[in-house]
Design a protein around this ligand. Structure first.
Ligand code: GCU
Length: 307
């Protein structure tokens, strides 16, 4: 029997956990119980930076890892985290599973880090939320916002006028509660499942990024698997990210409703002002021909805008 250990930093109610649990059920069913996943939620195996190391060392098999952490291993991953590179989840999901566009990127860490990327789960649009009401970007001046640990994330919040503080995901609630932070940035689903709305009740629609979580595998594990099992793992991954994408929409609606009922207020900021503030980041961060080519391919795959 093969049991693959998967690290996740979300709760059991998050769509990523549910999609992984469904994945495991399908693998188990199709192998008469020979192959399944053992999912460790809530950062029980450590924060994502530590999980990447465990994967590299072949101590665990799979992990859901935010794009920001991958940027720290290779600058090419920056491209998929650029504000504006994806118009929507509908643009993002086919692109991040298109081997013509991301095939080389996903195998680029095999020799150096023993990591293979299988695809990704959307993080939807990310937004800034804060403890005190704001009415424009100018009000973010000096406001301490938690970011994921990468240079691009720091620059993103600086560009919006805030003061970025890098921190692991699981520490954010307490830091908001104690006042070490004035705010954070994430999607509605994590805002709800991590209970951040309780301690930062003003959610603003900055829409600064359509985020991505990668499904990262230990390359050694993939090579060790029985070839038929590996094929099944890869085939069922397709159903898994599609399942996740369907769950995502409903989870976002539910999160908005539940956080509002719990006292959160959703504020509207000027979208053009946000876009203009973030526009210089592409030139600053995308400096190599490989990055530019990948960026252009992704933009070329954007669905046509209506009207
Ligand atoms: C989202 C994402 C996580 C990430 C987290 C964060 O919840 O799905 O993978 O770790 O944001 O802000 O750290």
């Amino acid at each position: 029997m093969t049991i693959l250990r998967v690290a996740l930093n979300q709760t059991e109610t998050h769509p990523s956990y549910i999609a992984l649990a469904n994945y495991s059920d399908r693998l188990e069913e199709q192998t008469d119980g020979r192959l399944r996943l053992d999912i460790f939620p809530n950062e029980t195996l450590g924060a994502q930076a530590e999980v990447l190391q465990l994967l590299s060392d072949n101590i665990i098999d799979l992990g859901i890892i935010s794009g920001s952490q991958m940027e720290n291993l290779s600058e090419d991953f920056l491209v998929l985290n650029m504000p504006g590179v994806f118009d929507s989840v509908e643009h993002q999901m086919p692109v991040v599973h298109d081997p013509e566009i991301v095939g080389e990127l996903y195998t680029s860490l095999e020799d150096s880090n023993d990591l293979t990327v299988m695809g990704g789960f959307t993080q939807g649009s990310r937004h800034v939320y804060v403890k005190n009401e704001i009415s424009s970007l100018a009000d973010l001046d000096g406001v301490k916002i938690r970011v994921q640990e990468s240079e691009l994330n720091l620059a993103m919040i600086r560009a919006l006028g805030g003061s970025p503080t890098p921190m692991a995901f699981g520490e954010v609630y307490t830091a908001l509660q104690s006042g070490v932070l004035d705010g954070a940035e994430n999607n509605e689903v994590s805002y709800y499942t991590q209970n951040h709305y309780e301690v930062a009740p003003f959610f603003t629609n900055t829409n600064h990024l359509v985020g991505l979580d990668y499904m990262v595998a230990s390359t050694e594990m993939l090579e060790r698997l029985d070839p038929a099992d590996r094929q099944l793992l890869e085939d069922e991954w397709i159903n898994t990210y599609q399942d996740h994408t369907t769950l995502w929409g409903a989870a976002t609606d539910e999160a908005i409703e539940a956080t509002k009922a719990g006292g959160a207020t959703y504020l509207e900021l000027d979208q053009q002002e946000v876009k203009d503030a973030l526009a210089p980041l592409a030139d600053e961060f995308l400096t190599t021909p490989v990055q530019r080519e990948l960026y252009d391919k992704i933009r070329a795959a954007a669905p046509e805008q209506e009207g």
